[in-house]
Design a protein around this ligand. Structure first.
Ligand SMILES: Cc1cc2nc3c(=O)[nH]c(=O)nc-3n(C[C@H](O)[C@H](O)[C@H](O)COP(=O)(O)OP(=O)(O)OC[C@H]3O[C@@H](n4cnc5c(N)ncnc54)[C@H](O)[C@@H]3O)c2cc1C
Length: 267
């Protein structure tokens, strides 16, 4: 069956687009991917998403998702492994099924390259963060460690010191050893006592499955007029297409813009 529109990704960009497309009567299908709800699911503190005050990431996602479901957005758990245009249709292959649509929105985000060190997964969102803009303010006056190398790590150190965080070390991932704590919160990077750790490595846009869509050297989707890709019928929104300011509200705004562009395209 040919869908009107498939959205790949269930973060703020994908779900906001879903809300707009459902309201336009286009009955969108969201393919959720392995990280249902996206990156915000990994953080306990968000205080810059308008209308929510200070909340956890999952609280914001739950609220957006229930609004989307109430409006009729359909969600399917599947990870897309191939996407290409064939004739008038965009064909998608997933781990579970195959799909075809008149238009597709790619909203697959950009994941931080994890260090893979022991304890990183356990303390992710509990002291270990990949997002300076999002989380630095929570550590004002507290001790933090930058885990990274080169100019990016130095820039992160400067940024944190301006915010008012006390940087107790810049450690290369290869020398950090492990992340440890009391079970609920990070307390050490290697032997360094700390309240927080910022991972400053590459961000990897989740775009490997796209065939024929122009990407830049870092794998970010190249867009024109904000959400149009090089392939007609394939649109992009959120962190996978936004190399500069990766924030939830910006992703949601891109999602809304893309939905309106898709509705116009399908007419
Ligand atoms: C620790 C942390 C804290 C943060 N804190 C804040 C904050 O306080 N304020 C703020 O504004 N922003 C914050 N951010 C940034 C914010 O989370 C992102 O900017 C936002 O989530 C981007 O939304 P998105 O919809 O573009 O992508 P994402 O949220 O990354 O969602 C991507 C979606 O795509 C899916 N996907 C990926 N590949 C595939 C595939 N092949 N097939 C199907 N689905 C796929 C994933 O499963 C996921 O559902 C934080 C990020 C992190 C990591």
């Amino acid at each position: 069956m040919m869908e009107n529109v498939i959205i790949v990704g269930s973060g703020p960009a994908g779900m906001t687009a879903g809300i707009y497309l459902a309201r336009a009567g286009l009955s969108p299908l969201v393919l959720e991917g392995m990280e249902s709800g996206g990156q915000l699911m990994t953080t306990n503190h968000v205080d810059n998403f308008p209308g929510f005050g200070t909340v956890t990431g999952p609280e914001i996602i739950k609220s957006i998702r229930s609004q989307a479901e109430r409006l009729g957005v359909r969600f399917q758990m599947d990870e897309v492994t191939n996407l290409e245009r064939k004739g008038e249709a965009i064909e998608l292959a997933g781990m579970i099924g195959n799909y075809s649509a008149r238009a597709v929105l790619v909203a697959t985000g950009a994941s931080i390259e994890k260090t893979g060190l022991p304890g990183e997964a356990q303390y992710w969102g509990r002291g270990v963060s990949g997002c300076l803009t999002c989380d630095a303010a929570f550590y004002k006056g507290k001790r933090v460690v930058v885990v990274g190398t080169g100019p990016a790590a130095q820039a992160a150190k400067n940024y944190l010191e301006k915010v008012g965080d006390i940087v107790v070390g810049v450690v290369a991932p290869a020398e950090a050893g492990s992340f440890s704590g009391d079970g609920a919160k990070l307390t050490k990077v290697g032997e360094i006592e700390t309240d927080g750790a910022f991972i400053v490595t590459r961000r990897i846009p989740q775009t490997k499955f796209l065939k024929g869509v122009e990407l830049d050297d870092a794998g970010t989707i190249v867009t024109h007029e904000r959400v149009f890709t090089s392939v007609p019928g394939v649109f992009a929104a959120g962190d996978c297409a936004q190399p500069k300011f990766r924030q939830a509200i910006i992703a949601a705004g891109d999602g809304a813009y893309a939905a309106l562009a898709i509705a116009a395209y399908l007419k």
